[in-house]
Write a protein that binds this ligand. Structure first.
Ligand SMILES: [Zn+2]
Length: 331
């Protein structure tokens, strides 16, 4: 623990282009370690309103008046249709054709009108376009936020492609290339749709993409506080963390508290989190010893993905790790 984490990657400096994070249980050797829990929220900052819950952010949202199980069925159907086209259905999962047709009818009733057009053309698409479309549907079938398919900050790029039918080739190609890094599934769909339809993006795909962009951009967010280095916060041994990617190594902001944190009903609130579906579950296997040991901590390490330099670490006793995402944003 005598490493100085304020020393940056020799090549990337304080701005690594690619950062990776991995965590491991450190039960035995660190059992008696005493550190400041990183996930503790800062009460002094006040309480932010919870703007939306998980099921408000996905494609097929839970809606008032519709049974939650029905929404789960619709998502499962969408996932099935997509994976069927991708040849990913296992034998024990096969839904009889008749049932499937009924389920597709129900799904069509629930799909936004902007999506229905392309969905109805699904089986008439060329093989490549259908595969590209299926990959997008597969993502939309999950309960992940729609922003994971197309981040709001990049929506304007795709908007450019949709708004400018006469955009010159070079410019078009460079945006499409860029799209590969932030929305690869959409990039493939745009390209395959163009190739399959005489280099003209069909209106139904255009409408579909516009819908996804609008959804992503309409999600309200609470901007994080501006970074303000906090004196006396660099002490890896004491605090069990050092990960701030800046020269001083000082903490830049505290974890915020949201009204949902005070909601004692959250765990029982069915509208907050559905039980995960089979295809959403993490497939990672943990050893029995690791998961059952009490008082264990998890050590997370941050690396420059290209040069292996360790930027820092933090320890937490929390099972679910919400911090990596939080700090990815902070960089
Ligand atoms: Zn590096």
């Amino acid at each position: 623990m005598k490493i100085d984490f304020r020393i940056p990657c020799g090549v990337c400096g304080y701005g690594p282009k690619r950062l990776c994070c991995d965590g491991t249980k450190v039960g035995v050797g660190f059992r008696n370690s005493n550190y400041e829990e990183i996930t503790e929220t800062n009460q002094a900052l006040g309480i932010n309103n919870t703007l939306h819950r998980r099921m408000d952010r996905c494609f097929l949202k839970n809606l008032n008046g519709i049974d939650k199980q029905e929404m789960i069925n619709l998502r499962t159907t969408l996932d099935y249709i997509a994976r069927k086209e991708l040849n990913e259905i296992k034998e024990n999962e096969i839904i009889p054709e008749r049932d499937l047709l009924d389920r597709i009818e129900l799904l069509k009733q629930a799909l936004p009108s902007e999506v229905l057009g392309s969905f109805e053309r699904f089986y008439q698409m060329s093989d490549n376009e259908r595969v590209a479309y299926s990959n997008v549907l597969k993502m939309l079938a999950t309960t992940a936020s729609i922003t994971s398919l197309v981040p709001p900050a990049y929506c304007y790029k795709i908007q450019l492609l949709l708004n400018s039918p006469n955009i010159e080739n070079d410019r078009f190609n460079s945006i499409v290339n860029e799209t590969r890094s932030f929305a690869p599934e959409l990039r493939d769909l745009i390209c395959e749709s163009l190739i399959s339809n005489n280099e003209i993006l069909p209106d139904d795909i255009r409408l579909f993409l516009q819908y996804l962009i609008n959804e992503s951009m309409s999600l309200q967010v609470t901007e994080p506080e501006p970074p303000v280095p906090q004196l006396g916060t660099y002490n890896p041994e004491k605090f069990g963390r050092a990960y701030y990617f800046n020269e001083s190594g000082l903490k830049l902001r505290s974890v915020r508290k949201f009204s949902i944190d005070n909601d004692s009903c959250v765990k029982r609130n069915i509208d907050h989190d559905d039980a995960t579906l089979e295809f959403e579950k993490c497939q990672k296997l943990y050893s029995k010893v690791q998961t059952s040991a009490r008082g264990t901590s998890t050590l997370f390490l941050w690396f420059c993905a290209d040069h292996g330099h360790c930027y820092g670490f933090h320890m937490t006793g929390q099972k679910e790790e919400k911090i990596p995402h939080y700090h990815s944003i902070a960089i």
